[in-house]
Design a protein around this ligand. Structure first.
Ligand code: GLU
Length: 467
């Protein structure tokens, strides 16, 4: 795990990098309480409540999306009503002793949206703009994503309101261990299995794993996924989301009669997902013409070699200024005259303000929720094919599933077996979705939602209602 601000942009777990907004850090939202005030412990209270700026109303958007799907598939009203709610939400205070001796209280969340199809599954996000609404929306998205991939999980998500770049490695570890202990009442190897997301990585997962093991008194490898391979993590998990993005990009290009070789791809974000998608697409023969990080974007008409780029630019440095590339802004990247645009950073980057400028004919959503409903509408009107996040970035949770299965069996697979299985699951999900979209003449996102919600509803029907 890295702690420098520059380093963070390229190592922040599943959705890292990209949007400058992530670097425009508002002040940390947690209250600072001097440790000298601690003797009056009973009176120690947060000096002020965390103020979390609303990036975009993701929860409302998720509900609207579910409502529209419910209508289109004639979803039984009682099931619809249940799915409009998160099964369980937990809000925790996470007191952390800082390096300077003060105590700081961070706000944390863990949410289970649904568990009809299996244990709740989803990442843990460290970001200064995390809010309960965002975590709920992302948990719901996980329910749909796992159902769409047909893997046996419900949806969960967690988050801590923190800019991890501002913490020392020790502070980050203490925060993670205390947060884990606070959410232990709802996580478990067959209850809720956390994983990396924006701002967290394998090291954070290792601390979660160790805290859980220390508390239970024995090793429980299936409690968390995205662990380092040395601790029972899966081969290919780090690259899985980006690799999955490349499989889906290739599949959609093929369906549209395009040869991936030479196709011009612009990727917003150079974090885990963006960098690995760039490498996989480059290997497949696509031309990566632009990439970005928190420092800005780079462009080269003849193509950027991502292997060269990421081996030559240190993890603490910005990709901006890489020899042979031209510096452009993030907004210019989104509006580039490329064949395929891959937003691989934060949510809500394609909005009603910039969607009209998009020139790519295919948008592959590698980030979670990068397109607002207004932008979606505009892109639809322009005839742009938008491949939804719950399909495009599902490679991460799919290999998390493999990691969990391997952990349960204490039997580990070879990388080629993992990639073959990942390819099979992703292309099968894509084929189902593509066929439905063609048959019903509906956008891919609507098709994905119909398949996912129908599967969850079917499980609900079989389960019935307790009591
Ligand atoms: N955070 C990732 C996602 O949004 C992965 C979740 C997981 O592996 O459980 O899909």
């Amino acid at each position: 795990m890295v702690k420098s601000s520059k380093a963070q942009k390229k190592s922040n777990g599943n959705n890292g990098g990209g949007k400058p907004a992530a670097g425009d850090a508002p002040p940390l939202t947690a209250a600072r309480v001097s440790s000298s005030a601690l003797p009056a412990a009973a009176g120690v209270s947060s000096a002020r409540q965390p103020v979390v700026p609303k990036r975009h109303d993701m929860w409302e958007q998720s509900l609207r999306q579910l409502d529209a799907t419910a209508k289109s598939i004639n979803l039984e009203p009682s099931v619809h009503e249940v799915l409009r709610h998160c099964k369980r939400t937990l809000e925790v205070a996470v007191p952390v002793k800082m390096d300077n001796g003060t105590l700081q209280v961070f706000q944390g969340y863990r949410v289970h949206h649904n568990q009809f199809r299996g244990p709740a599954k989803g990442g843990l996000r460290y970001h200064h703009e995390v809010s309960m609404d965002e975590v709920k929306a992302l948990a719901m998205l996980m329910t749909w994503k796992c159902a769409l991939m047909n893997i046996p999980y419900g949806g969960a998500k967690g988050g801590v309101v923190v800019d991890p770049r501002k913490l020392s490695i020790g502070e980050l570890e203490r925060l993670t261990r205390r947060f884990t202990s606070e959410i232990m009442i709802i996580i478990g190897p067959d209850k809720d299995i956390p994983a990396p997301d924006m701002g967290t990585d394998g090291q954070v997962m290792a601390w979660i794993y160790d805290t859980y093991n220390m508390t239970t008194g024995h090793a429980v490898p299936q409690i968390v996924t995205g662990k380092p391979v040395s601790l029972g993590g899966s081969l290919g998990r780090v690259e899985a989301t980006g690799r999955g993005v490349s499989y889906i990009t290739a599949a959609v290009a093929k369906e549209k009669g395009l040869d991936l070789k030479g196709l011009r791809v612009a990727i917003q974000g150079a974090g885990n997902v963006g960098s690995n998608a760039a490498k996989a697409l480059h290997e497949m023969g696509a031309r990566v013409v632009a990439l970005s990080d928190v420092g800005g974007a780079i462009y080269s008409e003849s193509g950027i070699d991502p292997f060269k780029l990421f081996s030559q630019v240190g993890p603490k440095d910005s990709i901006v200024g890489f020899p042979g590339t031209k510096s452009i802004s993030n907004d210019e990247l989104l509006a580039l005259d490329a064949d395929i645009l891959i937003p691989a950073a934060l949510g809500g980057v394609l909005t009603e303000k910039n969607a009209g400028e998009v020139k790519a004919k295919i948008v592959v959503e590698a980030a979670n929720g990068p397109t607002t409903p207004e932008a979606d509408e505009i892109l639809r009107g322009k005839g742009v094919t938008v491949v939804p996040d719950i399909l495009a970035n599902a490679g991460g949770v799919t290999v998390s599933y493999f990691e969990w299965v391997q952990g349960i069996q204490y039997y580990f697979w070879e990388l080629d077996e993992i990639n073959t299985r990942l390819h099979k699951i992703m292309t099968k999900a894509f084929a189902n979705l593509w066929a439905l979209s063609k048959r019903e003449r509906i956008p891919l996102r609507d098709a994905a939602m119909r398949i996912a919600v129908s599967r969850v509803a079917e499980a609900n029907k079989m389960l019935g209602l307790f009591p």
